[in-house]
Design a protein around this ligand. Structure first.
Ligand code: NI
Length: 171
């Protein structure tokens, strides 16, 4: 297993839309194993393929932060098929958006269809914290970052902060 580089804003690859997985081959399985390793190492509770420069639709997550390996989940081609009207928000962060956290409005519960890593179809009903993780990670597969879902003012401040940092690094 190897650790993968996590792309950060404003890397253009993060705006890409992932393509559906059609073949679960050796290369994909290696990418999945590397994504799991990379997520735990970061440490993070979720990681989407787009964040590591892979455009196949894959997310991995573990709401227990690796305390219970059994809560590690790998989903291929996850799709939200139903959300409820009620919204919740949680202070979110993202490995691709360093130095920034914000509350984001999300659906309080949802139903997802996906494949597990063996290609078996799954239906997942999630609410609260898990529902938020799933919406955050599926957003990545659609080229959306959580800063795209915060107020324009907050987003502008963050962009300015990053621009400043990039300029400082050039010096
Ligand atoms: Ni993220």
């Amino acid at each position: 297993m190897a650790l993968l580089d996590i792309l950060t804003y404003p890397d253009k690859f993060l705006t890409k839309t992932a393509k559906p997985v059609v073949n679960i081959d050796g290369a994909l399985n290696k990418t999945i194993d590397d994504m799991i390793e990379t997520m735990y190492n970061a440490p993070g509770i979720g990681l989407a393929s787009i964040q590591v420069g892979c455009d196949k639709s894959v997310i991995v997550y573990d709401p227990s932060h690796g305390e219970e390996r059994k809560s590690l989940t790998v989903l291929l081609n996850p799709k939200i098929i139903e959300t409820c009207g009620e919204t919740v928000s949680e202070n979110e962060g993202c490995l691709s958006v360093p130095d920034f956290r914000s509350d984001v409005k999300r659906s309080a519960s949802l139903i997802i269809e996906a494949l597990d890593r063996d290609g078996k179809p799954l239906k997942i009903e999630a609410e609260e914290h898990l529902a938020i993780i799933l919406q955050h990670e599926i957003d990545h597969l659609n080229g959306i970052l959580f800063i795209d879902r915060v107020s324009a003012l907050k987003r502008e401040l963050y962009k300015r902060h990053i621009k400043k940092q990039l300029k400082q690094n050039e010096k």
